[in-house]
Write a protein that binds this ligand. Structure first.
Ligand SMILES: Nc1ncnc2c1ncn2[C@@H]1O[C@H](COP(=O)(O)OP(=O)(O)OP(=O)(O)O)[C@@H](O)[C@H]1O
Ligand SMILES: [Mg+2]
Length: 539
């Protein structure tokens, strides 16, 4: 027991273990003067109540084996005893089915009163003058507002882990946290963090290897200055697992400026025997039997959510910047950029703002009032082509360019077998082959988008890409990603500002402007806020 918040956490956990539907926490002076936690759970029987205050008394583990698969938040039988040892306490409880309640009171761990009282079913623990008999710990208490904040954090996390339970916290009689019983996690987030924020979050839900990762995560433009709103819950227990936190940050790394953090609530659910909650004095850490699997799943689940179309924020009126129609210098970007020859679409309010120029003939630099973006021109174009071609494919096969001189492909048996298998998707993309089934395979046509490439190398590249054993996406999508990559403007290519503005604008219109089809990040960003701070600008 380090501070009021530790006691609050333990008492609320006990209420949740007792299956309470309503948990009320009343504090005075941030908990230093009074902590009262009342619940409507199943209560403690008259016989068990004195026992419950003793060390190593728990009702939650019936057999030794239960310790290998802990299903409750508490399991050590220490918390109540530890709290009563350093306070003046009153515990009142009436068990379900009992006619009366029992109240025991005392201080410094010794019970001095025992009284039958009328009471509602449930338990109420009152803790006055925490640490009154341990001056050293008393000295370390911080200001009431700081202690209150710590308690609110603890209750907030438990409230996110248990959305269906109603929570209420007051301090000095004033409401400090109110969370009505919710039907789902998003509702609970709305009550705790704001409905507007909750409305912007992306749903995360992925199950694999017997592990489910479910919850809500912010899109890249909804961030905080700290990590407090990254909440990880493992089997209903909020945990502080550095590796899981790192997994979350890794998933967001390409998307967020340094010093900005996402809002994430993820519930990790797995067999109780695959996780050990008994590894840390405050039970805030857990040990997974297969930590890597869980970490990788967190990254995968978040990436999946972040790549979904909803990531694109509604574009506001701000930063609208109509631009002249792009004029393409003849031959400036070569055959590969069929994109540039299309009619110029209407420019919309821009998320990446205005293009300033190009760095190292590879990165497009753009800026809004709030941020500077570095966009990898190749990856930008790849994403744009990928989505355009994907939409085109819905109408039918892609346009094909017949080869003047059909090429005989000299393929090894493995590559040949693969090509036979992938013939259909490749032909939808505009390739045309002949001579399957014994004869030499002849390449008759290539996708018009790729007509500038060397045909044989193109087929080799496609086979290589499709044979990647690590890939999980459907074949057509991978073939499409291949075409997009080949057709996209390369690094080390000079682009005119108009062309870059056009590319950025097209990127903004895509469903997933933050990752290329292979999952590589597209944008790196620096916030003007950071720049001002570093340069000590006061405005
Ligand atoms: N709010 C409550 N409602 C019902 N029973 C409770 C409540 N609080 C405590 N108890 C009973 O008192 C026992 C002791 O509680 P305590 O918190 O000390 O231990 P624990 O929850 O079993 O384990 P841990 O020390 O890990 O929290 C519990 O096992 C439970 O039987
Ligand atoms: Mg407990």
């Amino acid at each position: 027991m380090e501070r009021p918040a530790s006691a609050v956490k333990e008492l609320v956990e006990n209420a949740l273990d007792a299956e309470a539907r309503v948990v009320s926490v009343d504090l005075r002076e941030g908990g230093a003067e009074l902590i009262r936690v009342a619940d409507d759970g199943h209560g403690i029987s008259v016989e068990e109540l004195p026992l419950a205050l003793e060390r190593h008394a728990t009702s939650k583990l019936a057999r030794d084996e239960d310790l290998d698969a802990i299903a409750t938040l508490g399991f050590r039988g220490e918390a109540l005893a530890a709290i009563c040892a350093v306070s003046r306490f009153t515990v009142t409880s009436r068990a379900r089915g009992a006619a009366d309640g029992l109240r025991v009171a005392g201080e410094g761990g010794t019970v001095s009163q025992r009284l039958a009282v009328p009471a509602e079913v449930g338990t109420s623990v009152e803790v006055h003058d925490l640490f009154f008999n341990t001056p050293a710990r008393l000295k370390f208490l911080k200001a009431p507002t700081t202690e209150l904040a710590a308690s609110l954090r603890a209750v907030g996390q438990l409230a996110l882990a248990h959305p269906r339970v109603q929570f209420r916290v007051t301090n000095g009689g004033r409401a400090a946290l109110t969370a009505p019983a919710a039907t789902d996690l998003r509702q609970r987030i709305g009550a705790l963090w704001s409905w507007e924020t909750a409305g912007r979050l992306l749903e995360v839900d992925r199950t694999e290897h017997g592990v489910r990762i479910a919850g809500w995560a912010s899109p890249p433009d909804v961030t905080r200055g700290g990590r407090d709103d990254i909440v990880m819950v493992v089997n209903d227990r909020p945990v502080r697992d550095p590796a899981l936190l790192q997994a979350v940050l890794a998933a967001y790394r390409p998307l967020l400026p340094r010093d900005r953090f996402p809002l994430v609530v993820l519930a990790v659910t797995l067999a109780a025997s695959d996780v050990d909650a008994n590894v840390h004095p405050t039970k805030a850490w857990v040990r997974f039997r297969q930590p890597r699997v869980v970490q990788e799943m967190v990254v995968a689940a978040l990436h999946e959510a972040l790549r979904r179309p909803a990531v694109v924020p509604a574009l506001g009126a701000a930063a609208a910047r109509p631009t002249e129609a792009a004029v393409v210098p003849e031959g400036a970007v070569g055959e590969q950029a069929a994109l540039f020859q299309e009619a110029v679409a209407e420019y919309r309010a821009s998320r990446f703002g205005r293009v300033l120029g190009q760095v190292q003939e590879t990165f497009i630099v753009a800026t809004t009032d709030a941020e500077v973006f570095f966009l990898d021109q190749h990856v930008v174009h790849e994403r744009v082509i990928f989505e355009q071609v994907r939409d085109q494919l819905e109408a039918g096969p892609l346009p094909s360019q017949a080869l003047l001189f059909p090429e005989t492909l000299d393929l090894g048996p493995a590559a040949r077998a693969l090509l036979e298998r992938w013939r259909a998707p490749l032909e939808r993309l505009g390739f045309a082959f002949e001579g399957f089934g014994g004869d030499a395979i002849v390449l008759r046509a290539v996708p018009t988008l790729l007509k500038g490439d060397e045909p044989k190398r193109l087929v080799e590249g496609a086979v290589e890409e499709l044979a990647d054993p690590k890939a999980t996406a459907p074949t057509l999508e991978r073939a499409l990603a291949f075409v997009a990559c080949r057709a996209a403007v390369k690094a080390d290519t000079v682009l005119a500002v108009d062309e870059m503005q056009r590319l950025v604008s097209d990127l903004e219109a895509t469903d997933t402007p933050y990752f290329c089809p292979h999952g590589r990040p597209i944008v790196s960003r620096v916030s003007m806020h950071d720049i001002r701070r570093e340069l000590k600008r006061t405005w």
